[in-house]
Design a protein around this ligand. Sequence first.
Ligand SMILES: *[C@@H]1O[C@H](CO)[C@@H](O)[C@H](O)[C@H]1NC(C)=O
Ligand SMILES: *[C@@H]1O[C@H](CO)[C@@H](O)[C@H](O)[C@H]1NC(C)=O
Length: 313
Amino acid sequence: MVSKGTVLFLLFCHGATVSGWLFFSPSEPDPFENDMTKFELYTRLNDDTFSTGTGQAVGKNLKAVTNSNFNASLPTKIFIHGWFGGGWNWYIRDMRRQMLIHEDCNFIEVDWSEESVNINYAEAKLSAQQVGKNTAEFIIWLHDNFGLDYSLVHIIGHSLGGQAAGAAGKYLQNPPIGRISGLDPAQPGFNLTDPSDTLGPEDADFVDVIHTTFVAIKPMGHVDFYPNGGSLGVPALTWIHSHLQAVYIYTESINGHCQFTSYVCESYSKLTNGGCETYCPTARSCNQMGYHASPSGALGSLQLQIREAKPYC
Ligand SMILES: *[C@@H]1O[C@H](CO)[C@@H](O)[C@H](O)[C@H]1NC(C)=O
Ligand SMILES: *[C@@H]1O[C@H](CO)[C@@H](O)[C@H](O)[C@H]1NC(C)=O
């Protein structure tokens, strides 16, 4: 259960984000005011790791995108946060920096905090599906107006954002987008036997998933990674922490030195008892958890052992 203090804290942060958005357009009406899904663009030209500048508010607005650093020749990475998340979350900035260090790209942060900060999970769940649809419509619009290549689109979604990514992928089938990475995608409240309701392998050319909490372990991708059995930490005590570990690990995997080599194995206990092959004679024998997961590596449910703190190996 969320304590009163936590709710007040989140509402405070929420307020800060709203004023941040007002700051972007002090004199003219916000062109996206009727749309609760905000898109903020970063490239190497306006990220503080490489240059100066802040995120650029974009959306289905020709002037906004034309005046931004969006470059359709680059891969486009889209991050969608989860329940009670928002643009203020430091772990989004960390991921963006590591991604831009790794490669020049359009990194678009989807901020749906106007709806995600909602104690009513069922409502937040419906909003997440709408966010997915809004994101898909923006992607189609970028394709139609700026020549965005669907195969270069990679959506990374955490928690309910993982399900939003799935909803976006279902909307974008002709052709599908290149990749979706689901970071501990939410499962409570979703019909896990209905492929139209949850993130699944049909939602992109390649779907990779990391599971870090015990409440969300059903496989949902071409490849599903279960670090330490898919339940990090002491879940009853540190549920939020376990849930966020998927994001931290993914960020670490981009440029870090850990290999995160994962193997086909029935269970984590079998892996740690030496009951599974842990060598990699062919590409299909193993895969790398995180950003460097590959569609030509081992697929299905994979196990690996990690340390529970940075750098995780
Ligand atoms: C867009 O990206 C391509 C590929 O990296 C690059 O060659 C080109 O100069 C970029 N365009 C602009 C306007 O920065
Ligand atoms: C879940 O989806 C399955 C398959 O579409 C369907 O048969 C079932 O009735 C659904 N369950 C609920 C609770 O909606």
